[in-house]
Design a protein around this ligand. Structure first.
Ligand code: 2RA
Length: 335
Protein backbone atom coordinates (compact mmCIF):
# COMPACT_ATOMS: atom_id res chain seq x y z
CA UNK A 1 0.00 0.00 0.00
CA UNK A 2 1.21 3.57 -0.69
CA UNK A 3 0.33 6.72 1.21
CA UNK A 4 -0.39 10.39 0.52
CA UNK A 5 1.97 12.32 2.78
CA UNK A 6 1.60 16.01 3.64
CA UNK A 7 4.66 17.88 4.90
CA UNK A 8 3.45 20.96 6.76
CA UNK A 9 6.24 23.56 6.94
CA UNK A 10 7.77 22.12 3.76
CA UNK A 11 9.91 25.23 3.17
CA UNK A 12 11.53 25.14 6.63
CA UNK A 13 14.78 23.47 7.70
CA UNK A 14 13.02 20.43 9.19
CA UNK A 15 10.41 20.25 6.42
CA UNK A 16 13.16 20.03 3.81
CA UNK A 17 14.89 17.30 5.83
CA UNK A 18 11.58 15.40 6.05
CA UNK A 19 11.28 15.41 2.24
CA UNK A 20 14.91 14.30 1.85
CA UNK A 21 14.51 11.54 4.42
CA UNK A 22 11.29 10.24 2.84
CA UNK A 23 13.17 9.96 -0.46
CA UNK A 24 16.23 8.29 1.03
CA UNK A 25 14.25 5.71 3.02
CA UNK A 26 11.98 4.83 0.13
CA UNK A 27 8.88 5.36 2.24
CA UNK A 28 5.84 4.03 0.28
CA UNK A 29 4.72 7.41 -1.01
CA UNK A 30 1.73 7.61 -3.38
CA UNK A 31 1.76 11.41 -3.40
CA UNK A 32 3.64 14.20 -1.59
CA UNK A 33 1.65 17.28 -0.57
CA UNK A 34 4.03 20.11 0.48
CA UNK A 35 2.11 22.64 2.60
CA UNK A 36 3.31 25.94 4.03
CA UNK A 37 2.14 29.47 4.89
CA UNK A 38 -0.05 31.01 2.13
CA UNK A 39 2.74 33.41 1.05
CA UNK A 40 4.85 30.37 0.10
CA UNK A 41 2.06 28.79 -1.98
CA UNK A 42 3.15 28.27 -5.57
CA UNK A 43 6.84 27.97 -4.75
CA UNK A 44 8.35 24.67 -5.87
CA UNK A 45 10.03 21.88 -3.91
CA UNK A 46 11.60 18.81 -5.51
CA UNK A 47 10.66 15.26 -4.57
CA UNK A 48 12.12 12.25 -6.42
CA UNK A 49 13.45 14.75 -8.98
CA UNK A 50 9.93 16.06 -9.66
CA UNK A 51 9.08 19.75 -8.99
CA UNK A 52 5.95 20.01 -6.81
CA UNK A 53 4.12 23.26 -6.04
CA UNK A 54 3.68 24.17 -2.38
CA UNK A 55 0.05 24.64 -1.31
CA UNK A 56 -1.33 26.72 1.54
CA UNK A 57 -1.58 24.87 4.87
CA UNK A 58 -5.24 25.58 5.57
CA UNK A 59 -8.32 23.57 6.57
CA UNK A 60 -9.54 21.45 3.67
CA UNK A 61 -5.96 20.68 2.59
CA UNK A 62 -5.91 17.32 4.43
CA UNK A 63 -9.00 15.60 2.99
CA UNK A 64 -6.90 13.32 0.71
CA UNK A 65 -3.98 12.95 3.15
CA UNK A 66 -3.08 9.70 4.97
CA UNK A 67 -0.15 10.99 7.07
CA UNK A 68 0.61 14.64 7.84
CA UNK A 69 4.14 15.42 9.07
CA UNK A 70 4.04 18.79 10.82
CA UNK A 71 7.00 21.06 11.46
CA UNK A 72 5.39 24.48 11.31
CA UNK A 73 5.72 25.72 14.88
CA UNK A 74 3.51 25.26 17.91
CA UNK A 75 0.99 27.97 17.05
CA UNK A 76 0.21 26.44 13.65
CA UNK A 77 0.03 22.91 15.08
CA UNK A 78 -2.29 23.98 17.90
CA UNK A 79 -4.89 25.00 15.33
CA UNK A 80 -4.17 22.90 12.26
CA UNK A 81 -3.22 19.47 13.68
CA UNK A 82 -6.74 18.76 15.07
CA UNK A 83 -8.18 19.96 11.74
CA UNK A 84 -5.95 17.54 9.85
CA UNK A 85 -7.03 14.67 12.13
CA UNK A 86 -10.69 15.59 11.61
CA UNK A 87 -10.11 15.53 7.86
CA UNK A 88 -8.79 11.98 8.13
CA UNK A 89 -5.00 12.30 8.40
CA UNK A 90 -2.78 10.75 11.06
CA UNK A 91 -0.66 13.65 12.29
CA UNK A 92 2.95 13.35 13.48
CA UNK A 93 3.74 16.75 14.97
CA UNK A 94 7.32 17.95 15.48
CA UNK A 95 6.28 21.08 17.42
CA UNK A 96 5.97 21.32 21.20
CA UNK A 97 2.21 22.05 20.96
CA UNK A 98 0.84 18.58 21.87
CA UNK A 99 3.82 16.78 23.48
CA UNK A 100 2.53 16.89 27.05
CA UNK A 101 -1.14 16.29 26.19
CA UNK A 102 -2.25 13.08 27.95
CA UNK A 103 -4.20 11.98 24.88
CA UNK A 104 -1.17 12.29 22.61
CA UNK A 105 1.64 9.70 22.63
CA UNK A 106 5.14 11.23 22.65
CA UNK A 107 7.31 8.65 20.87
CA UNK A 108 10.89 7.68 20.08
CA UNK A 109 10.64 4.36 18.17
CA UNK A 110 13.79 2.96 19.85
CA UNK A 111 12.47 3.89 23.32
CA UNK A 112 8.67 3.59 23.62
CA UNK A 113 7.15 2.24 20.36
CA UNK A 114 4.39 0.56 22.38
CA UNK A 115 2.85 3.99 23.06
CA UNK A 116 1.84 4.21 19.40
CA UNK A 117 -0.84 1.58 20.07
CA UNK A 118 -3.08 4.11 21.83
CA UNK A 119 -2.80 7.04 19.41
CA UNK A 120 -6.05 8.80 18.52
CA UNK A 121 -4.83 10.28 15.25
CA UNK A 122 -2.25 12.70 16.69
CA UNK A 123 1.30 11.68 17.71
CA UNK A 124 3.96 14.08 19.01
CA UNK A 125 7.63 14.02 18.04
CA UNK A 126 9.86 14.86 21.06
CA UNK A 127 12.30 17.76 21.21
CA UNK A 128 15.57 17.06 19.37
CA UNK A 129 17.71 17.34 22.52
CA UNK A 130 15.43 14.83 24.29
CA UNK A 131 15.45 12.33 21.41
CA UNK A 132 19.23 11.89 21.21
CA UNK A 133 19.57 11.74 25.00
CA UNK A 134 16.93 9.03 25.45
CA UNK A 135 18.08 6.91 22.50
CA UNK A 136 21.47 6.77 24.26
CA UNK A 137 20.09 6.25 27.79
CA UNK A 138 17.25 3.77 27.14
CA UNK A 139 19.51 0.64 27.03
CA UNK A 140 21.27 1.79 30.21
CA UNK A 141 17.97 2.47 31.96
CA UNK A 142 16.70 -1.01 31.02
CA UNK A 143 19.84 -2.66 32.41
CA UNK A 144 20.83 -0.47 35.37
CA UNK A 145 17.74 1.64 36.21
CA UNK A 146 18.72 5.32 35.94
CA UNK A 147 17.79 7.39 39.01
CA UNK A 148 19.12 10.80 37.95
CA UNK A 149 20.29 12.60 34.81
CA UNK A 150 22.32 15.81 34.70
CA UNK A 151 22.73 17.08 31.13
CA UNK A 152 24.38 20.08 29.48
CA UNK A 153 23.67 20.61 25.79
CA UNK A 154 25.62 22.38 23.06
CA UNK A 155 22.98 23.04 20.42
CA UNK A 156 23.36 23.96 16.74
CA UNK A 157 21.71 27.09 15.34
CA UNK A 158 19.72 25.01 12.80
CA UNK A 159 17.53 24.11 15.78
CA UNK A 160 16.24 27.67 15.57
CA UNK A 161 15.68 27.40 11.81
CA UNK A 162 16.81 28.72 8.47
CA UNK A 163 17.08 32.35 9.68
CA UNK A 164 19.60 31.41 12.37
CA UNK A 165 21.76 29.51 9.88
CA UNK A 166 21.83 32.60 7.64
CA UNK A 167 22.63 34.90 10.59
CA UNK A 168 25.57 32.83 11.85
CA UNK A 169 26.99 32.73 8.33
CA UNK A 170 26.60 36.50 7.99
CA UNK A 171 28.18 37.22 11.38
CA UNK A 172 31.27 35.16 10.55
CA UNK A 173 31.62 36.92 7.20
CA UNK A 174 31.16 40.34 8.85
CA UNK A 175 33.83 39.43 11.41
CA UNK A 176 36.28 38.41 8.68
CA UNK A 177 35.61 41.52 6.58
CA UNK A 178 35.64 43.84 9.57
CA UNK A 179 31.96 44.81 9.24
CA UNK A 180 29.80 45.50 12.31
CA UNK A 181 28.11 42.30 13.54
CA UNK A 182 24.29 42.45 13.76
CA UNK A 183 22.18 40.11 15.93
CA UNK A 184 18.46 39.74 15.16
CA UNK A 185 17.70 36.07 15.85
CA UNK A 186 19.30 35.76 19.30
CA UNK A 187 19.61 38.31 22.10
CA UNK A 188 23.36 38.43 21.51
CA UNK A 189 25.91 37.67 18.79
CA UNK A 190 26.08 33.90 18.34
CA UNK A 191 29.31 33.81 16.31
CA UNK A 192 32.28 32.97 18.60
CA UNK A 193 29.88 32.93 21.55
CA UNK A 194 27.83 30.55 23.76
CA UNK A 195 24.29 31.51 24.85
CA UNK A 196 22.79 29.67 27.88
CA UNK A 197 19.38 30.72 26.63
CA UNK A 198 17.24 28.51 24.38
CA UNK A 199 13.57 29.46 24.06
CA UNK A 200 12.12 31.62 26.90
CA UNK A 201 13.01 31.68 30.60
CA UNK A 202 10.38 30.49 33.09
CA UNK A 203 9.52 31.52 36.64
CA UNK A 204 11.70 28.71 38.06
CA UNK A 205 14.86 30.11 36.46
CA UNK A 206 15.05 27.43 33.80
CA UNK A 207 14.47 27.85 30.06
CA UNK A 208 11.56 26.17 28.28
CA UNK A 209 14.11 24.04 26.40
CA UNK A 210 15.56 22.80 29.70
CA UNK A 211 12.16 21.95 31.12
CA UNK A 212 11.22 20.13 27.89
CA UNK A 213 14.08 17.71 28.59
CA UNK A 214 12.77 17.16 32.14
CA UNK A 215 9.09 16.66 31.32
CA UNK A 216 9.60 14.71 28.09
CA UNK A 217 12.02 12.27 29.75
CA UNK A 218 9.41 11.50 32.40
CA UNK A 219 6.61 11.02 29.84
CA UNK A 220 8.64 8.92 27.38
CA UNK A 221 10.88 6.82 29.60
CA UNK A 222 10.18 6.91 33.37
CA UNK A 223 8.42 9.47 35.56
CA UNK A 224 10.69 8.52 38.49
CA UNK A 225 13.89 9.77 36.86
CA UNK A 226 15.18 13.11 38.22
CA UNK A 227 16.50 15.36 35.46
CA UNK A 228 18.50 18.60 35.63
CA UNK A 229 19.30 20.33 32.33
CA UNK A 230 21.31 23.28 31.05
CA UNK A 231 20.80 24.01 27.36
CA UNK A 232 23.29 26.20 25.48
CA UNK A 233 23.29 27.56 21.91
CA UNK A 234 26.71 27.43 20.24
CA UNK A 235 27.94 28.62 16.82
CA UNK A 236 27.59 25.26 15.06
CA UNK A 237 25.30 24.87 12.05
CA UNK A 238 24.15 21.28 12.52
CA UNK A 239 24.14 18.53 15.21
CA UNK A 240 23.55 18.90 18.90
CA UNK A 241 26.17 17.69 21.37
CA UNK A 242 25.37 16.73 24.96
CA UNK A 243 27.41 16.07 28.08
CA UNK A 244 25.32 13.58 30.09
CA UNK A 245 25.92 12.40 33.65
CA UNK A 246 23.74 9.60 35.03
CA UNK A 247 23.39 7.88 38.40
CA UNK A 248 22.06 4.34 38.27
CA UNK A 249 20.48 2.16 40.93
CA UNK A 250 22.44 -0.96 39.94
CA UNK A 251 26.26 -1.15 39.72
CA UNK A 252 27.86 -1.51 36.28
CA UNK A 253 31.20 -2.31 34.67
CA UNK A 254 32.39 0.09 31.95
CA UNK A 255 33.06 -2.65 29.37
CA UNK A 256 29.53 -3.97 30.02
CA UNK A 257 28.15 -0.43 29.45
CA UNK A 258 30.02 -0.18 26.14
CA UNK A 259 28.69 -3.57 24.99
CA UNK A 260 25.15 -2.60 26.02
CA UNK A 261 25.37 0.63 24.02
CA UNK A 262 26.94 -1.09 21.00
CA UNK A 263 24.12 -3.63 20.91
CA UNK A 264 21.32 -1.07 21.24
CA UNK A 265 19.28 0.17 18.22
CA UNK A 266 20.13 3.55 16.70
CA UNK A 267 23.45 3.96 18.53
CA UNK A 268 27.05 4.02 17.24
CA UNK A 269 29.78 4.03 19.92
CA UNK A 270 32.79 6.18 18.97
CA UNK A 271 35.21 5.91 21.87
CA UNK A 272 38.95 5.42 21.49
CA UNK A 273 40.97 7.99 23.40
CA UNK A 274 44.32 6.72 22.14
CA UNK A 275 43.19 7.55 18.62
CA UNK A 276 41.33 10.67 19.84
CA UNK A 277 38.09 9.13 18.51
CA UNK A 278 34.92 10.58 19.99
CA UNK A 279 31.60 11.82 18.53
CA UNK A 280 31.86 15.10 16.58
CA UNK A 281 29.05 17.39 15.38
CA UNK A 282 30.56 17.58 11.88
CA UNK A 283 30.70 13.75 11.64
CA UNK A 284 27.08 13.30 12.78
CA UNK A 285 25.67 15.66 10.12
CA UNK A 286 23.40 13.80 7.70
CA UNK A 287 23.65 10.54 9.66
CA UNK A 288 20.70 8.60 11.15
CA UNK A 289 22.37 7.39 14.33
CA UNK A 290 23.08 8.78 17.79
CA UNK A 291 26.83 8.77 18.47
CA UNK A 292 28.09 7.99 22.00
CA UNK A 293 31.64 8.39 23.36
CA UNK A 294 33.79 9.61 26.27
CA UNK A 295 32.19 6.75 28.23
CA UNK A 296 33.71 6.94 31.71
CA UNK A 297 32.85 6.35 35.32
CA UNK A 298 31.95 9.34 37.48
CA UNK A 299 34.19 8.59 40.48
CA UNK A 300 32.54 11.29 42.58
CA UNK A 301 29.40 9.20 43.27
CA UNK A 302 28.39 5.51 43.46
CA UNK A 303 27.16 4.13 40.12
CA UNK A 304 27.90 7.37 38.25
CA UNK A 305 28.61 7.51 34.51
CA UNK A 306 29.56 10.29 32.07
CA UNK A 307 28.79 10.21 28.32
CA UNK A 308 29.22 12.51 25.31
CA UNK A 309 26.25 12.15 22.93
CA UNK A 310 26.01 13.72 19.46
CA UNK A 311 23.31 13.55 16.76
CA UNK A 312 22.07 15.48 13.74
CA UNK A 313 19.31 17.61 15.27
CA UNK A 314 17.40 18.00 11.98
CA UNK A 315 17.60 14.30 11.15
CA UNK A 316 17.30 11.93 14.12
CA UNK A 317 16.39 14.96 16.23
CA UNK A 318 13.35 15.76 14.09
CA UNK A 319 12.68 14.52 10.52
CA UNK A 320 13.97 10.95 10.82
CA UNK A 321 12.30 10.28 14.17
CA UNK A 322 8.95 11.48 12.74
CA UNK A 323 9.36 9.26 9.67
CA UNK A 324 10.41 6.28 11.80
CA UNK A 325 7.14 6.80 13.72
CA UNK A 326 5.29 6.69 10.37
CA UNK A 327 7.20 3.54 9.36
CA UNK A 328 6.31 1.90 12.69
CA UNK A 329 2.63 2.82 12.26
CA UNK A 330 2.66 1.13 8.84
CA UNK A 331 4.58 -1.93 10.09
CA UNK A 332 2.17 -2.40 13.04
CA UNK A 333 -0.95 -1.63 10.95
CA UNK A 334 -1.73 1.29 13.26
CA UNK A 335 -2.74 3.51 10.38
C1 2RA B 1 16.23 24.15 19.31
N1 2RA B 1 15.37 22.10 20.23
O1 2RA B 1 17.29 23.55 19.12
C2 2RA B 1 14.99 23.43 19.79
C3 2RA B 1 13.92 23.40 18.76
N2 2RA B 1 14.32 22.75 17.58
O2 2RA B 1 16.09 25.36 19.11
Amino acid sequence: QKYTIAVVGAMGAVGREMLKTLEQRNFPVKKIKPLDIPSNAGKKITFQEEPIAVEAAVSGAFKDVDIALFSAGADASKVLAPTAVTEGAVVIDNSSAWRMDENVPLVIPEVNPEDLSWHKGLIANPNCSTIQMLVALKPLHDRYNIKRIVVSTYQAVSGTGQKAIVELNQQVQDYVTGQPIKSNVYPYQIAFNALPHIDVFLENGYSKEEMKMVFETKKIMDKNISVSATTVRIPVFRSHSESINIETEKPFKIDEVVTTLNEAPGIIVVDNLTAANYPLAIDAEGKDEVFVGRIRRDFSIDNGLNLWVVADNLRKGAALNAIQIAETLVQKALI
